[in-house]
Design a protein around this ligand. Structure first.
Ligand SMILES: [Fe+2]
Length: 285
């Protein structure tokens, strides 16, 4: 799927009170065990938790950066695109601009989070993006599967089994399998299912941190979640938890926890870890 966005022009002008300024997209070099040779160097632009209420300078800066940087192969959104009911039009507009700016070579994908609404889901159907709600996309040209579990409020709990069934394959050997999920606590079942890479958000990295103390906010759920941001591993499955682009409660409410957009580049891991049931922290951010 080509992601060149051909939808209508913006209805809301960008907020340029101080003028757009490029934002940094953090690089993450990721070694993946048994990465298919055809996918060596695959790049993924990972955005999470936009929490759109209105146009913001932060989105304009990100869009300008995406426009000027080399396109990634995949663009993925891991939920909480919208902040709340009533902001779907603004969210649609921001996502449309991001799609147009990112120009991913292979395609764009999203899953829904606990803030995403049915009205947003309807609007997203008109954008050039695969919305994976307990489903999977199988690349017909490359050894690549992208799966997604739905964490939106009307679903409550996503259905990984349905996503696995949607791979439509008795044998996924030799294929890279990426799971998109809003909530990071899908790591263990994903690992049991042989998923290679899990991309998530939800926690906002804590959003407000005080040095030496636990984060104040980690999203809803049976937390505190020690996987509040960073790179984790269980066996050969790795989990990325993004700090996210937007903010919960009010725009700009972040303390010692800046927003984060990631550009992940995959390479083959020549020394894969042994099987393990424990979860290792590889890197915190
Ligand atoms: Fe969120």
């Amino acid at each position: 799927m080509r992601s060149a966005c051909t939808t209508s022009n913006s209805t809301n002008p960008p907020d340029t009170r101080r003028g757009p300024r490029r934002s940094r997209i953090e690089p993450l070099d990721l070694a993946v065990p048994a990465l298919p040779k055809a996918l060596e160097g695959l790049t993924i632009c990972h955005l999470s938790d936009l929490h759109v209420r209105r146009p913001r300078r932060r989105f304009d800066r990100l869009i300008e950066t995406l426009e000027t940087e080399e396109p990634a192969d995949l663009l993925v959104f891991t939920g909480d695109l919208v902040a709340d009911v009533g902001y779907e039009a603004a969210t649609h507009e921001v996502v449309q601009r991001l799609l147009r700016a990112a120009r991913p070579r292979i395609g764009s994908f999203c899953v829904f989070g606990n803030h995403d609404t049915a009205a947003l889901r309807q609007r997203m159907e008109h954008l050039p993006i695969h919305c994976l709600s307990d489903s999977a996309w199988r690349d017909p040209q490359r050894p690549l599967n992208v799966l997604g579990v739905d964490c939106s409020p009307h679903v409550m709990f996503g259905d990984l089994l349905a996503a696995l069934n949607a791979e439509h394959a008795a044998d996924n050997a030799g294929r890279l399998r990426i799971l998109l999920t809003h909530r990071p606590d899908w790591l263990i079942p994903a690992s049991d299912a042989g998923i290679d890479l899990v991309l998530s958000g939800h926690t906002h990295g804590g959003q407000c941190r005080l040095p030496g103390l636990r984060p104040i906010y980690v999203g809803d759920g049976p937390w505190p979640c020690r996987w509040y941001s960073g790179l984790f591993r269980r066996g050969r499955t790795q989990l990325v938890v993004s700090r996210g682009v937007g903010d919960q409660a009010m725009d700009g409410l972040r303390v010692f926890c800046p927003p984060q957009a990631l550009r992940i580049q995959l390479r083959c891991d020549d020394n894969p870890p042994p099987p393990s049931n424990g979860v290792q922290v590889i890197r915190k951010w």
